[in-house]
Design a protein around this ligand. Structure first.
Ligand code: PLP
Length: 385
């Protein structure tokens, strides 16, 4: 390998950390009980509120995204209360698993991975009554699919249940509007659309979320959202924060929000459209149902007889490009290419050219040379005009 060549990371988190954010990470550590950090925290929280599109609170936790999922569930629900967990991928299932581990009574509503949650089925299940909350993943990373969160949140509200949404990979990578859509609690993490290292998680809480949290006398200790809110009101965090990542988060938010959320989403849309068009032009199909494909990550199904894991291994070996495979039920069936965060159009075009080589050598041959890149570059060329 050329010693100056760096690997291209195209997995759906952690995503590459661009140089301005790397430089912020190299800054000296600040006291987390001092004025300078207080200013950083204030600006980061303000930026995150814009990103979540909420007037509610955004609380910072030193954890990965799963910690924020657990914090949301254990603060808002008591053991024995009923949760409707909408599951169409690994992370929807994770909500159900966390709830079960904490004594919450879970009803799982499963849809095929790659198919969106169906509002009518959710409505019928909610109509059975007694649900305290609904969980769903907005951008289900494992299936590269965006769920109809706005519709499901409206149904939850209609039935007196809280809407808890996972936007771990959705924040600043696909459209999300917490307040307008009526989401009561939303969780996210640093290592996806924000282009930060893993280790910082966010819980956004709107007024109905707080009502549930305040009514719950049994709160966790480290993940107490009441304690987090109390500390943040004083410009601090309840425990030692992920200081370095929070400083870098200020820079990430400045860079991303400086362009405007719509510009960030539009770029992702173009990259996703290009990737999907290339996959189809190279004889593959897409896992996600048409109209519900994620703009953060694309799940590609190669033709029968072509092993996606062998293709991925070859991409890594010859081109130093790392993409993801399928998880759980999708193991060995798909490969996933992420295009959120700091990934550039030229990197996607290069990756698609390399993918063509690897697909062809794995036996996927029924397409004209260059067909994938031609389809993708036509879309990107037009979109970036
Ligand atoms: N939810 C979604 C949609 C994710 O993509 C991920 C991580 O890939 C998680 C939750 C879990 O986050 P973490 O791995 O940071 O705990």
């Amino acid at each position: 390998m050329n010693p100056f060549e760096t690997d291209l990371l195209l997995i759906p988190g952690p995503t590459p950390v661009p140089p301005p954010i790397q430089r912020a990470l190299a800054e000296p550590i600040l006291s987390h009980r001092g004025g300078e950090f207080r200013g950083v925290l204030e600006r980061v929280v303000a930026g995150l509120k814009t990103a979540f599109r909420t007037e509610g609170d955004v609380l910072l936790l030193a954890s990965s995204g799963t910690g924020a999922m657990e914090a949301a569930l254990t603060n808002a629900l008591r053991p024995g209360e009923r949760l409707l967990a909408v599951v169409n991928g690994k992370f929807g299932a994770r909500f159900a698993e966390i709830a079960e581990a904490n004594g919450i009574e879970v009803t799982r509503l499963d849809f095929a991975w790659g198919q969106p949650a169906e509002p009518e089925t959710v409505r019928a299940t909610l109509a059975e009554g007694g649900f305290r909350a609904v969980t769903m993943v907005h951008n289900e990373t494992s299936a590269a699919l965006v769920n109809p969160t706005r519709e499901i949140a409206a149904l939850a509200r209609e039935h007196g249940a809280l809407m808890i949404a996972d936007v771990v990979s959705g924040l600043l990578s696909v459209e999300f509007a917490m307040d307008e859509w009526g989401v009561d609690i939303a969780v996210s993490g640093s290592q996806k659309g924000l282009c930060l290292p893993p280790g910082l998680a966010f819980v956004a809480v709107a007024p109905r979320g707080w009502e549930a949290i305040e009514a719950n006398t049994k709160s966790p200790y480290y993940f107490s959202l009441r304690a987090a809110r109390k500390a943040q009101a004083k410009g601090e965090t309840a425990f030692t924060p992920a200081i370095g990542i929070i400083r870098a988060c200020e820079v990430a938010l400045e860079l991303l929000l400086g362009q405007g959320i719509e510009a960030v989403l539009e770029r992702n849309r173009a990259m996703a459209r290009a990737t999907r068009a290339a996959a189809l032009a190279m004889g593959c199909t897409l896992l996600a149902a048409p109209g519900f494909e994620s703009d953060a990550v694309t799940a590609i199904v190669p033709p029968e007889g072509v092993d996606p894991d062998a293709v991925r291994a070859d991409l890594k070996k010859r081109f130093h490009i790392t993409c993801s495979g399928g998880q759980d039920a999708l193991k060995g069936r798909i490969l996933r290419i992420a295009h959120m965060g700091a990934i550039a159009p030229y990197q996607i075009l290069g990756a698609l050219a390399a993918l063509e080589v690897c697909l062809r050598d794995a036996g996927c041959e029924g397409f004209a040379p260059g067909a994938g890149v031609a389809a993708a570059s036509a879309i990107l060329g037009e979109a970036l005009r």
